[in-house]
Design a protein around this ligand. Structure first.
Ligand code: SF4
Ligand code: SF4
Length: 83
């Protein structure tokens, strides 16, 4: 099921805009996160959770990291610096 309805999450110095409708559940974001922080390509170990229509971050999510956003091919997660 594709997600719908955008929402925002505060994360460190960023506001994250999440658009679940754009997410294709490719898990590229999770693979990069787990590879960078857990030295494993394992979506279960990623700090971003894809559970459409929800996309969320675990408490372990590194405050000022933007890796998952940069690798998302669909711009389903967009980080904007808080002013
Ligand atoms: S912001 Fe960084 S640490 Fe947090 S889920 Fe995305 S890749 Fe992982
Ligand atoms: S990389 Fe983007 S499209 Fe792929 S699962 Fe993550 S949020 Fe969804």
């Amino acid at each position: 099921m594709k997600g719908k309805g955008t929402y925002t999450i505060r994360k460190g110095q960023y506001v994250v805009k999440v658009d679940p409708a754009k997410c294709t559940e490719c898990y590229i974001c999770q693979l990069h996160c787990s590879l960078a922080y857990k030295a494993a390509c394992n979506i279960e170990r990623a700090k971003i959770k894809i559970d459409l229509p929800r996309i969320s971050f675990t408490e372990e999510c590194t405050e000022n990291c933007t890796l998952c956003m940069r690798y998302c091919p669909r711009e389903a997660i967009t980080f904007t610096e808080r002013v």
